[in-house]
Design a protein around this ligand. Structure first.
Ligand code: NDP
Length: 407
């Protein structure tokens, strides 16, 4: 039986992880859960799985959770409740957990995931920001500890599966597929003024808000290029991105003889989650199957660079190295937040990222403290950049509406 600690248990990936666990109760036991603010969901998870330890975002939420659980407990045992940074670290290093599912969103899960690796835990990694911000450090720690990082992200999960067919030295290229998001067919001019509702309407996947917006700008694919570079130890130029609107092929590996292996499946994250949790075995499915009758065609397109500048910016950050990919993630997180709060136009997300990459001191990151300091500095720069981009966009739109009036 595997024992699990889950960071981000109340999110999209966290909830689907628990569905997988619940479908195989004889295989897994949940010993610790960490969430942010969704106490309703967390209380249900605690009732079903009876973990020994839970953690929430802050002290107020911890007190609220204790009260809620005490009222519902009827004398039954309560889990230990922690909160904040320390709480996340305790969940990630729980002595009884052999596997940690890293599924918190953003850099909040970084330190805890790193601590899990250092503690020798096997990590099922969904929180891609961990490798974007600190890939070199995390992979070095994993190597030193002999820890396996099993990718949950469907593209990397697909590549992990395809790589089982050959040797690392035989790999020519990794080919990441991208759905193209909701704006694949939207003209550039319209895209610039897209609303949060439009950007959140992903055609193929139901996910958390941040990653859904990141899929609309394609910065998510840039993050995945960075993630692939570290997970699989390939050079950035060996990683290609191709638009594949059906999202049926989750990604591919091309070998030196020109042979290309693809992994196909339905768009259901429980599949890669199950693979990561049960690896190296394969276990019965969650009943999700590819519907061959509905599958009429598989299309592929190049990524139009002018429409999706964030992909170029992510590659630039990877090439420049050091703190740049950490800055990329932080700037994007702040820009997405501002876009969702309607303080920044959609096209402003790329402008904020570019501004921060230009401004960010080019330094190497030797420790997690360095990463967190770079993350803080990039956020500070990003907030300034959001203000200046928002101001200049407002002026532009006033000018445009004045022209409209004159005409
Ligand atoms: P969600 O937004 O749905 O969930 C995020 C989780 O993080 C929630 O459990 C949330 O808690 C928790 N969280 C937020 N802040 C804190 C905090 N301060 N302390 C502890 N926990 C916190 O995100 P997703 O599940 O969509 O994504 C999770 C990660 O997986 C991301 O890195 C994403 O890029 C990646 N990913 C997601 C995919 C998907 O299909 N969803 C696919 C591939 C990768 P709460 O809700 O309680 O506040």
């Amino acid at each position: 039986m595997k024992t699990l600690a889950i960071l981000g248990s109340t999110g999209s990936i966290g909830r689907q992880t628990l569905q997988v666990v619940e479908s195989m109760p004889e295989k897994f036991r949940v010993v610790a859960l960490a969430a942010g603010a969704n106490l309703e969901e967390l209380a249900g998870q605690i009732a079903r799985h009876r973990p020994q330890l839970v953690s929430v975002a802050d002290a107020a939420k911890a007190a609220e959770l204790l009260e809620r659980l005490t009222q519902a407990a009827n004398g039954a045992g309560l889990p230990e409740i922690e909160h904040g940074r320390e709480g996340l670290l305790s969940v990630a290093t729980h002595p009884e957990a052999d596997t940690v599912v890293s599924a918190a969103v953003g850099v909040v899960g970084l330190e805890a995931t790193y601590a899990a690796v250092k503690a020798g835990k096997r990590v099922a990694l969904s929180n891609k920001e961990v490798l974007v911000a600190a890939g070199e450090l995390v992979m070095a720690a994993a190597k030193a500890k002999g820890v396996e990082l099993l990718p949950v992200d469907s593209e990397h999960n697909a590549i992990h599966q395809c790589l089982r067919a050959g040797r690392a030295s035989e790999v020519r290229r990794l080919i990441l597929t991208a759905s193209g998001g909701p704006f694949r067919r939207t003209p550039l001019a319209q895209m610039a003024q897209a609303t949060p509702e439009q950007a959140l309407a992903h055609p193929n996947w139901r996910m958390g808000k941040r990653i859904t917006i990141d899929s609309a700008t394609l910065v998510n694919k840039g993050f995945e290029v960075i993630e692939a570079r570290w997970l699989f130890g390939v050079e950035p130029k060996q990683i290609e991105v191709v638009i594949h609107p059906q999202s049926t092929i989750h990604s591919m590996v091309e070998y030196v003889d020109g042979s290309i292996l693809a992994q196909l499946g339905p768009t259901d994250m429980r599949m890669p989650i199950r693979y990561a949790l049960t690896y190296p075995e394969r276990e019965g499915s969650n009943g999700v199957e590819l519907n061959w009758d509905a599958l009429r065609r598989l299309d592929f397109e190049k990524v139009p660079p002018r429409k999706f500048p964030c992909l170029r910016l992510a590659r630039r950050a990877l090439e420049e190295g050091g703190a740049q990919t950490c800055a990329l993630n932080a700037a994007d997180e702040i820009a997405v937040e501002a876009f969702l709060e309607r303080r920044l136009p959609f096209s402003g997300i790329a402008r904020v990222i570019e501004g921060v990459l230009d401004e960010m001191p080019k330094v190497a990151l030797g420790s997690i403290d360095d990463v967190l300091a770079a993350d803080g500095e990039a956020r500070r720069l990003a907030r300034l950049e959001v203000e200046s981009v928002a101001e200049s966009s407002e002026k532009t739109s006033v000018r445009v509406s004045e022209i409209d009036r004159v005409q």
